[in-house]
Design a protein around this ligand. Structure first.
Ligand code: FPP
Ligand code: MG
Length: 324
């Protein structure tokens, strides 16, 4: 599946989303204008608004509020990346230099603040459900911050457990997928049974999406950022956790020590990556990924058959097979 096919399927709804998204970003301040134009020309996968609109369609009704939820989800997502690139001191994203590396941390934080506020305003202008939607998105913003804090705390100690890892990826990634799916269902007037099913779909899909991201960080240069980035940032993710699982405690401790010392010894990145390769870390993580994708698809069971539902199924498969 190509993501552009989803846009074609969404047709008019997709252009309404794009119009609202572009409108939300207008500013007369020259540097902000330039920054927003730069970000808009390197737009990324746009997976979140696609997910949002497909969910509303699968519930049978794309409303003005559904378009707003789609726009808010992409605005919020980009806001978090602008802040994340400062936290991670990332030089490149989506194959191009980050705003942080071009204009500095201050500009990246301020641009992120702007996109965050535009997401809030987009939801505030919803006519029927603004309060409930704002509560959902606020909950996710808290989760995102908590997830980043937990990840930062763990990165400094190299002691991330499997449970910590699952907590981190729920908070930093799956929470937004969950909110997008619930919010999109609410705006479409879905029953609470269907909304609940879609909320669970969002959680499983978000977990899968992040696990695939973490696999790709070991597997190739396809993401537009260098391989081994997570290790350099002190992040212990599923491929390494799976490779560690089979080892004796003493070996586990020595590998964790290597990760801990990466800031002083860059050569440790290649050594840990080799350890993951030799112990089938990415293949084992791919089994967990497959389980999440399978569960995500099962969550769609209660939805009536429709083309939009079929696309949601394909989107779940995409999270397993994507290469970027
Ligand atoms: C990317 O993950 C980052 C996130 C999914 C969340 C970032 C959230 C924050 C910085 C806190 C909240 C921010 C706002 C604006 C409220 P990653 O670093 O694993 O992936 P990457 O390799 O794409 O950077
Ligand atoms: Mg990052």
């Amino acid at each position: 599946m190509e993501l552009s096919q989803v846009q074609t399927f969404l047709a008019q709804d997709w252009s309404c989303f794009q119009d609202l998204f572009k409108k939300a970003l207008s500013s007369d301040e020259p540097l902000l204008k330039e920054t927003n134009a730069y970000l808009a020309s390197n737009e990324g996968k746009m997976l979140r608004p696609m997910l949002s609109l497909l969910v509303s369609r699968a519930c049978g009704n794309v409303t003005d509020e559904s378009i707003r939820v789609a726009a808010a989800s992409e605005l919020l997502h980009n806001a978090t990346l602008l802040h994340d690139d400062v936290l991670d001191q990332s030089a490149s994203r989506r194959g191009v230099p980050t705003v942080m590396s071009l204009l500095g941390s201050k500009a990246s934080v301020l641009a992120g603040d702007f996109w965050l506020v535009k997401a809030v305003e987009t939801i505030l202008d919803c006519r029927r459900h603004s309060k409930e939607l704002l509560r959902m998105f606020s909950g996710t913003v808290s989760d995102l911050v908590e997830g980043e804090m937990l990840q930062m705390e763990k990165a400094g100690k190299a002691d991330t457990s499997l449970m910590d890892y699952h907590d981190i990826i729920f908070l930093k990634t799956a929470s937004l997928f969950k909110t997008i799916c619930s919010a999109a269902a609410l705006t479409a007037g879905a029953s609470s049974r269907i909304e609940n099913a879609l909320m669970n779909f969002g959680i499983q899909l978000g977990m899968a999406f992040q696990i695939k991201d973490d696999i790709l960080d070991y597997d190739g240069d396809a993401l537009g950022k260098p391989v081994g980035t997570d290790l350099r940032e002190g992040k212990i993710t599923l491929p390494l956790l799976k490779a560690l699982e089979k080892q004796e405690p003493r070996k586990q401790a020595s590998i964790r020590r290597m990760v801990y010392e990466i800031p002083q010894k860059d050569g440790n990145v290649a050594k840990v990556a080799d350890f993951v390769k030799e112990n089938d870390g990415t293949a084992l993580a791919a089994v967990t990924l497959q389980e999440y994708v399978q569960r995500a698809k099962e969550c769609l069971g209660p939805l009536p058959e429709s083309q939009a539902k079929d696309w949601l199924m394909k989107l779940a498969d995409y999270c397993e097979y994507r290469t970027i």
